[in-house]
Design a protein around this ligand. Sequence first.
Ligand code: NAD
Ligand code: ISE
Length: 341
Amino acid sequence: MSLKVGIIGTGMIGQDHIRRLTKVLSGVEVVAVSDIDQKRAAEAAPEGAEIFVAPRDLVRSDRVEAVVICSWGPAHEEQLLECIAVGKPVFCEKPMVTSEASARKVMEAEVAYGKRLVQVGFMRRFDADYRRLKAVIDGGTLGAPLMYHSVHRNASVPEGLYTSEMPLNDTLVHDADISRWLLSDEIVGVEVRLPRRSRQGGELRDPHFVLLHMAGGALVDVEISVNIAYGYDIRGEVSCETGVAALPNRPATVVTDAHGIRQAIPEDWRERFIEAYDQEFREWIVAAGQGTATGPSTWDGYAATLTADAALRAVASGGLERIKMVEKPALYGAPSALAAE
Ligand code: NAD
Ligand code: ISE
């Protein structure tokens, strides 16, 4: 029996997820779509899917067993709360929400419901290279991790679509989450330094150099570049006590001609993380079919939101901004359980 899914938000990633849910993965069927842009919803809807004007009606439809949210970040809180209110499993693209208050509301609603329903779209945790990197660190052969260097480069972002806050509250959240996951630790402080502004980004402030302070004393530096022009380039290297572990360069055909010897670079996240997105949905379909969720949780979405908030404060203050988390609800496991998730 197939899991019957409704998709809210049929823009770039909504359409990519519809493609994988209808053409790549099995055990799932897209039976409904909704978007504030009715034309886009109609164009993206797979054959036989019902088109809803209001996301609320999609969530409450008897045909829909589980929901995938791909709308813009500020719309996520309301849509997540609708799903939790009716007890339907929901996959929500990052950022889970865009403020601490919203994250607390979603977490309180899920805790009151008493069962995990939300999986957040931190797809890097499902990438085979990141999984191997984590296995090396957890294996302990290199000693304790001391520093993590994270590079997050986008070729470009459509001008106007990206506000000055988005490199931090939309892009940095991936690095915040993967740092917590790789190092099995929480972020307790954030600093941001602003190098000379790149002219590639027009008026947009780009790039950002971010320093994350982990509770156990490790430090993470993050380069956030959203207009690097040459391609989508994601790197990561962990320096430990007796060695270094790094993500490999992606395999690509080596082309040799009169211009030299070179390899292609992914255009954007859809190409770089194609297998990771497939895997995150494979695991989501199994859990949602059982009426629950696994993988990146509301707690992880909350932690990433706090990091983005602190980074935005750090830009304004120029100093170290501390993060204070509420006590972790038992629903999300003990603090040390991060290592096993
Ligand atoms: P997009 O602008 O291409 O698409 C967003 C769609 O949501 C649009 O069609 C818009 O009309 C619709 N929408 C907005 N508010 C809505 C609402 N209240 N109700 C219904 N529909 C609404 O953006 P995108 O690039 O597809 O990004 C969507 C989300 O996915 C963002 O949160 C983004 O951060 C996230 N994202 C995640 C990844 C990843 O790697 N995990 C990659 C890209 C985007
Ligand atoms: C986009 O929304 C994503 O989530 C991508 O993974 C990220 O690399 C990019 O910066 C975001 O715009």
